[in-house]
Design a protein. Structure first.
Length: 186
């Protein structure tokens, strides 16, 4: 009997994640304004009752989506930092590559994430979820100078926003000198 319960729970968690991923695809395509239980259900290929079962209202769905984005980004950055440290790198090359990927091939996903973050500026109930990625990142990276670290994070946000509005996003090679500067301001 125990295995059956675990199987249902795993299936429910899988469905929940599929709905969150579908929400991100809807935001990539149509913006946050396009998110309804019906559009997300259609995108996920599930009945609308499934989206309302897992997320009673759109705020719950958007919060879960924001939390997932924050977790995914924090995990990606964590492993990037780990790889850089294991190679004895200061991380500038890895950060520049990550940024170039975010504003190049993963541009739609990055736009969706920023749209969610900006929505949080208008909707206080979404703010804790929007701040989560910064909180996770700050707790993962022990930096001697927190002011410099916050400036670095603000610079990264600026580079991403600028890259999203560029007709041709900058390459990792073009971003590298700026990232170098942000990591070690003169």
């Amino acid at each position: 009997m125990r295995r059956e319960i675990d199987g249902r729970k795993a299936k429910g968690e899988k469905r929940r994640n599929e709905i969150i991923e579908a929400t991100l695809r809807v935001i990539e395509r149509d913006g946050v304004a396009g998110v309804t239980h019906r559009t997300v259900a259609k995108e996920a290929g599930v009945p609308t009752t499934s989206t309302t079962y897992h997320f009673a209202n759109l705020d719950e769905l958007l919060i879960a989506t924001l939390i997932t984005c924050a977790r995914d980004m924090a995990t990606e950055v964590y492993w990037m930092i780990d790889r850089a440290r294991s190679r004895g790198s200061g991380g500038a090359e890895e950060v520049a590559n990550l940024l170039a990927e975010a504003i190049g091939p993963r541009r739609g996903r990055t736009m969706a994430e920023y749209e969610l973050y900006l929505l949080a500026s208008r909707r206080p109930e979404l703010r804790p979820a929007a701040r989560r990625w910064l909180d996770v990142l700050t707790s993962m990276v022990r930096h001697d100078d927190m002011v410099a670290f916050r400036a670095f994070l603000a610079g990264i946000d600026g580079l991403l926003i600028q890259g999203l509005i560029d007709d041709e996003p900058p390459t990792a090679e073009e971003l590298r000198p700026v990232v170098d500067y942000l990591l070690e301001p003169r």
